[in-house]
Write a protein that binds this ligand. Structure first.
Ligand code: ITT
Length: 195
């Protein structure tokens, strides 16, 4: 059975397709069904993921998975958090968001640059599903002073994975999926979907 993926973010779509293909779960991006963009009016990752999944399920008539994710920086008391995609303003590019974050942290020393990526995945069997599956993952790291690497998307070039001394954009896709917030959440979702 096909599941619609409620995301317009090409980087996310690539990572999610790669992991779910391994266990033969078939997903199609919502663009293929003409799903209009949902308004992310929630105040938490869970709320926004449910809004996006419900919108996709409603417009496609299919079960839906949504990913709401973001970067929490301790020195900024958790910002940009749920606002990660629009940190530098509405419709901002990944590059603009990353540059704003580096500017905000320019006087913050290395030891105080701790951060984590958060991911919440929601699966709805249909638009009115009263008991969504909700799975999370978190990935601890530090914010670099300069971008490194060209893989991945979003804030990956400035997210240092301390155990490897590599930025997330220096990891190959399989290594990122093995460690990342999204990989963790996806493995938890797989277990529940296949249970
Ligand atoms: P959709 O809602 O269409 O899925 P979006 O980009 O608006 O796309 P979010 O609202 O969940 O998605 O915003 C998440 C932002 O957090 C995303 O734009 C990235 O900048 C950042 N982010 C999340 N996961 C990331 C990852 O694995 N690597 C780098 N940045 C990530």
């Amino acid at each position: 059975e096909t599941i619609v993926l409620a995301s317009n973010n090409a980087g996310k779509v690539r990572e999610i397709e790669r992991l779910l293909a391994e266990c033969h779960i078939h997903i199609r991006p919502q663009g293929e069904y003409g799903v209009p963009e949902a308004e992310e009016t929630g105040l938490t990752f869970v709320e926004n993921a449910i809004l996006k999944a419900r919108n996709a399920a409603r417009h496609s008539g299919l079960p839906a998975i949504a990913d709401d994710s973001g970067l929490e920086v301790d020195a900024l008391r958790g910002a940009p958090g749920i606002y990660s995609a629009r940190y530098a303003g509405p419709g901002a590019t990944d590059e603009a968001n990353l540059r704003k974050l580096l500017a905000d942290l320019k006087d913050v020393p290395e030891t105080e640059r701790t951060a984590r990526f958060q991911c919440v995945l929601v699966y709805l069997r249909h638009a009115e599903d009263p008991t969504p599956l909700i799975c999370r993952g978190a990935w601890e790291g530090c914010i670099l002073f300069e971008p490194r690497g060209t893989n991945g998307f979003g804030y990956d070039p400035i997210f240092l994975v301390p155990s490897l001394d590599l930025s997330s954009a220096e990891l190959d896709p399989d290594t990122k999926n093995r460690l990342s917030h999204r990989g963790q959440a996806l493995r938890r979702l797989q277990e529940q979907l296949l249970a």
